[in-house]
Design a protein around this ligand. Structure first.
Ligand code: F3S
Length: 639
């Protein structure tokens, strides 16, 4: 047998039908060891799982609550109670609010080297730091993985990333991934797995590796992975999970589609400048820029080591700006308390917030108007912070600490030596599944915030209506369907659509769509490059669909968003000639004959026919015709 890289080895061990692995781009079906959701995507995912008639999930499954946890009014508590009870009913582990951030908890407690997983969150790829293959996906795809134990994905190309040397003092894993972003940009990872290797990779801890694999999502990569080695063993043993360890690496002489080399010893502190994680510059070039806020944590940089480094830099001094900290998990918070760092953070004036996503998803922690916020997070898209005219830049915890003290962007200028953490165990926080007979007796609680799923009709033979919005490059799911203050509406599609869809780009959008929809017409969206980048948020397809959008025509899509469009019966299409983007305007009356989705497709506008290409796979045709994945599932699983 030919030598295999690590990605191929894990794919081959999980391929459902066995045999040779397909060529890059061809669909492969993988057996899935774990499937999980977080609460922003979980409610819809669970409603879909229930609609499929599932009695008990197949793989290890977890519902984490970390995104929307504020308890002002009934909406969030209603969702949490629904998630707690439906988890128990279906055999899913439930992680209650306050336990921590999904990806962080996942690495701490569930992911093992060599596993495969799928999660309803784009940063699910974080698990690659443990030597596992995990993908971010839309809620429906995760529901299907929970129901069947399988997941289909185009076979990615595998890129070898050789890390040489070791990080210098003041340089962190965040700087490694920002360097990668400066090389590949925000879409350079599309269709690829980034497989890290080399002596530099061996020098990094599992949490450092997870920082790097986490932000592979910012490059559009399918996923990223590190080998499982002695550092992996050390991490698992520190969590009392030494038995979960197995060594894993690529075979000698394995083939890769490309190779990238990064010398860690040459890196310096880097910063991703608003409004994109891809705008990478050196911290030195921005030193002295005034800031108004610092936020530390998120699923990217909230390990004990990260926060202890931050705390050591601050020790004995006061922060000069509002500084918020979100520990990755309660286990990390307990380690900070045990080691005395929690008290020293408080003494420095740091606001220690709940263990969750918080400011990263605009749940509190918004900066002042026109403010500059420095964050150790993974995203700095416009308006994500909840303050429309604020700017967010992304940095490492050490840069965040030096800057919090200075009140301006500053270079780390002192060596930090952190005290080691004692082992802690917070696994009792999880609500574990009960036996099937007992589970069948569980009453699933549906408060008034839990609305039934909307019913969607099949695809007509012709999409005919209006271009409701013409958009530019890099439209993110935050642009399409903002989260922040709207997240408590996640189970109420009508309200979420009417209040939030594209409201920051055009506040008239939802109203205009409803007028066209209710008159029997269809809505079409036009976009350019990297449309739908960012999160796995399926509401960014579900809400437009509710508003009557039936096709999205762009120059190029981001991967997860295409799957979400298909799942909700919106036809994803690209211009055959990217220049044709210029030939369509907002408000144009358009028509697309979709009676044969496998034939030639054209956008008819003003008497002209613009050739289109399908962005969907042949396997998606029947799903689109049925009006989406759920109607298709119901039609094909009758009885
Ligand atoms: Fe949460 Fe932000 Fe990560 S929303 S899952 S901390 S990207």
């Amino acid at each position: 047998m030919r030598p295999m890289n690590l990605t191929e080895k894990i794919f081959a061990a999980h391929q459902v039908d066995g045999g040779a692995l397909p060529q890059a781009g061809e669909v492969v079906t993988l057996g899935i060891d774990e499937a999980f959701t977080q609460d922003a995507t979980g409610t819809m995912c669970m409603l879909q799982l229930e609609a499929m008639g599932v009695d008990r999930v197949k793989p290890l499954s977890v519902n984490f609550v970390d995104h929307s946890m504020m308890q002002q009014g009934f909406r969030n508590p209603d969702d949490h109670e629904y998630l707690r009870t439906v988890s128990k009913r279906l055999g899913i582990i439930f992680s209650p609010p306050g336990t921590g951030i999904c990806h962080f908890l996942n690495i701490e407690n569930f992911v093992k080297p060599g596993m495969t997983g799928v999660g309803a969150d784009s940063h699910t790829v974080n698990a690659g730091g443990m030597g596992a293959i995990y993908f971010g996906a839309g809620g429906y795809d995760v529901a299907l993985a929970m129901a069947t134990g399988e997941y289909r994905i185009p076979m990615p190309q595998v890129v070898r990333v050789v890390l040489e040397g070791e990080l210098r003092e003041g340089v962190m894993a965040m700087d490694v991934i920002l360097k990668m972003l400066s090389i590949l940009g925000v879409k350079g990872g599309k269709g690829k797995v980034l497989e890290y290797t080399g002596p530099g990779a061996a020098s990094l801890s599992v949490p450092e590796r997870a920082t790097i694999t986490n932000m592979g999502a910012e490059m559009g990569a399918s996923t990223s992975i590190f080998p499982s080695d002695e550092r992996t063993r050390a991490y698992l043993e520190s969590r009392g999970r030494g038995d979960d360890y197995q060594p894993l690496s690529a075979d000698e002489g394995a083939q890769y589609a490309e190779e990238i080399r990064v010398d860690l010893s040459e890196l310096e502190p880097l910063i991703a400048i608003y409004p994109s994680p891809g705008n990478v510059e050196t911290v030195a070039s921005r030193a002295g820029t005034k800031i108004h806020q610092v936020c530390v944590g998120s699923c990217t940089n909230s390990s004990f080591e990260n926060i202890a480094s931050f705390a050591e830099t601050l020790k004995g001094k006061k922060v000069a700006v509002d500084t918020l900290l979100y520990p990755g998990s309660r286990a990390v918070a307990m380690q900070l308390a045990d080691s005395g760092y929690l008290t020293s953070l408080w003494r420095s004036g740091v606001r220690v917030m709940e263990n969750g996503c918080g400011a990263c998803i605009g749940q509190g922690g918004s900066p002042i108007s026109k403010g500059v916020s420095l964050r150790t997070f993974n995203r700095n898209f416009p308006k994500r912070s909840g303050t429309p005219d604020a700017e967010v830049h992304l940095v490492s915890p050490l840069v965040a600490a030096a800057s919090a003290l200075a009140g301006e962007i500053a270079m780390p200028d002192q060596p930090v030596d952190i005290r080691p953490a004692e082992q802690v165990d917070d696994t009792a926080a999880f609500v574990m599944p009960v036996p099937l007979a007992e589970a069948r007796q569980i009453e699933v609680v549906r408060g008034p915030n839990i609305m039934p799923l909307p019913d969607f009709d099949p695809l007509p033979s012709r999409i005919e209506g209006e271009v409701m919005l013409k958009l530019g490059d890099n439209i993110s799911t935050d642009d399409i369907q903002p989260a922040g203050i709207y997240l408590p509406l996640r189970s109420n599609v009508k309200e979420y659509a009417m209040q939030a869809t594209f409201n920051q780009i055009d506040p008239t959008f939802a109203e205009r769509c409803v007028v066209v929809r209710d008159a029997g017409g269809h809505g079409v969206l036009i976009g350019r490059d990297n449309y739908g980048q960012g999160s796995s948020r399926e509401h960014a397809a579900l809400c437009p669909r509710w508003l009557g959008i039936r096709a999205v025509v762009v120059v190029q899509f981001a991967r997860i968003h295409v799957a979400n469009l298909v799942n909700f019966g919106i036809v994803p299409l690209t211009f055959r000639d990217p220049n044709d983007y210029e030939r369509v305007s907002q408000g144009d009356h358009v028509r697309i004959d979709v009676s044969d989705l496998q034939g030639e497709l054209f956008l008819e506008v003003g008497g002209e026919r613009i050739p289109l290409e399908p962005a969907f796979e042949p396997k998606d045709v029947e799903v689109l015709q049925a009006g989406g994945s759920l109607p298709y599932f119901k039609a094909t699983h009758r009885g």
